[in-house]
Design a protein around this ligand. Structure first.
Ligand code: TPP
Ligand code: MG
Length: 424
């Protein structure tokens, strides 16, 4: 298959190195793919006019290698986090494996005044926004109740309540417009989330108010064990037309296509022309979370087919064919990835446990009566530092060894990961 590089060269890439997947109505799209589109009512020219290569034409050789480096580092930190969970250092981990191109491509499209709203799997976007990966691990270790200061990074906190962040993002984007901000918002959600009422309400509000917002749906083919084809009678990207704004389906395993489309969508939103829905077609190569066993609901053949469209392999093939990535550069990136993983492990395993009373500290900006009352009740029972009786005291109704607890004598122990898997 012939590809056109941003620098105007034609290269040939093996057929199996491209996506989208077998169940998509697709022709032979190049990596910087022709977008599929759903025109909004009124015939406004939008996605039809996107000249994708033009949106990445400014990228230098270093920029291109930089995208590959981002994806490699993000994959490595994801692997390390998965191992840490398996070794009992994290309560849970939601892997992004397979979705690196969608996340790095869209994440690198963001500017300093833009604001991103993630779900719980956007470690690659977090990376692009300068969030310390250790802060993400702290959440999954139960050592942090938040993670980072959203305003510092233009990156909101993770949201576990599926789809809820689309409403937060819509309100935020409407506020940006009123404040005269020159940025836009982007919100990440999954194929499964698109079935939620929250997401459809967000579409309605963002469409009606012309909010400067990019809805970025990573269709990774699965919502835990529910395949996309059983979640919707229509293609996800078609939904936007019913709400009056344009949408684009993009090859989510193509980092350049994701970068180009998101740049286009953000520029459109920033210029006051309202929201866009991007459906990035990709694949979750790992389990839903470490609490999940995907072999119970999907075939090895399916995984294998998507493995051949691995976004890192594709970018490596692309760069190598263009002579932009030699063995030495690759070795240096691999070394950097190992160093990152090593550092992350050391920092994760030595994280101090938070004080139990810190639970009350960040509920609201200022204390209110309800939180104060709860804090007083908690310290009356467990002492000023909240430590008394947690570990081996007599049973109480909600204590680890009480009737509503988990029945384990001794309850929580220091260093034990504490994020409940059941919530996922
Ligand atoms: C409102 C709500 N309902 C159910 C859940 C349980 N849950 C967690 S993740 C998930 C599937 C989400 O699938 P998708 O939106 O495709 O995102 P993905 O995990 O594939 O990235 C579900 C049902 C939840 N966290 N929140
Ligand atoms: Mg999904």
């Amino acid at each position: 298959m012939q590809l056109l590089t941003p620098t105007g060269h034609r290269i040939t890439v093996p057929e199996e190195a491209r996506s989208p997947g077998p169940d998509l109505p697709t022709g032979a799209d190049p990596p910087v793919s022709k977008p599929r589109r759903a025109d909004p009512p009124g015939g406004e020219p939008t996605a039809a006019d996107i000249d994708l290569p033009a949106h990445v034409a400014d990228l230098t050789a270093d920029d291109l290698v930089g995208l590959y480096r981002d994806m490699t580092l993000v994959r490595r930190l994801d692997e390390e986090a998965t191992s840490l969970q398996r070794q009992g250092e994290l309560g849970l981990w939601a892997s992004l494996r397979g979705q690196e191109a969608a996340q790095v491509g869209s994440g690198r499209a963001l500017g300093p005044h833009d604001m991103a709203f993630p779900s719980y799997r956007e470690h690659g976007v977090a990376w692009c926004r300068g969030v310390d990966p250790a802060a993400i691990l702290a959440i999954f270790r139960g050592a942090s109740l938040g993670g980072w200061a959203p305003a510092e990074h233009g990156f909101a906190l993770y949201s576990i309540v599926v789809g809820s962040q689309t409403l937060h993002a819509t309100g935020y984007a409407m506020g940006m417009a009123r404040d005269g901000s020159d940025g836009a918002a982007i919100v990440y959600f999954g194929d499964g989330a698109s079935s939620e009422g929250d997401v459809n309400e967000a579409f309605g509000w963002a469409g009606v108010f012309g909010a400067p917002l990019v809805f970025f749906c990573q269709n990774n083919q699965w919502a835990i064990s529910e395949p996309t084809r059983r979640q919707s009678r229509t293609e996800i990207f078609h939904r936007a037309s019913g709400f009056g704004f344009p949408s684009v389906r993009v090859d989510g395993n193509d980092v350049l296509a994701c970068l180009a489309v998101t740049r286009w969508a953000l520029a459109r939103a920033r210029s006051g022309r309202g929201p866009v829905l991007v459906e990035a077609v990709t694949y979750r190569m790992g389990a839903h979370t470490t609490a999940d066993d995907p072999t119970r609901y999907r075939s090895a053949a399916e995984l294998d087919a998507w493995r051949r469209r691995d976004p890192l392999d594709r970018m490596r093939a692309y760069l190598s064919a263009d002579g932009l990535l030699d063995e030495d550069r690759e070795r240096r990136i691999a070394l950097e990835a190992d160093t990152l993983a090593h550092d992350l492990r050391a920092r994760c395993t030595t994280m101090p446990d938070p004080a139990p009373t810190s639970l009350f500290d960040h509920v609201q900006v200022a204390d209110n009566e309800l939180v104060s009352t709860q804090r007083a009740a908690f310290t009356a029972q467990f002492g000023a530092d909240g430590e008394d009786g947690w570990r081996d005291g007599p049973p109480g109704p909600n204590r680890p060894n009480g009737p509503n607890g988990n029945g384990r004598k001794g309850g929580l122990v220091a260093g034990e990961a504490r994020v409940s898997e059941e919530a996922w």
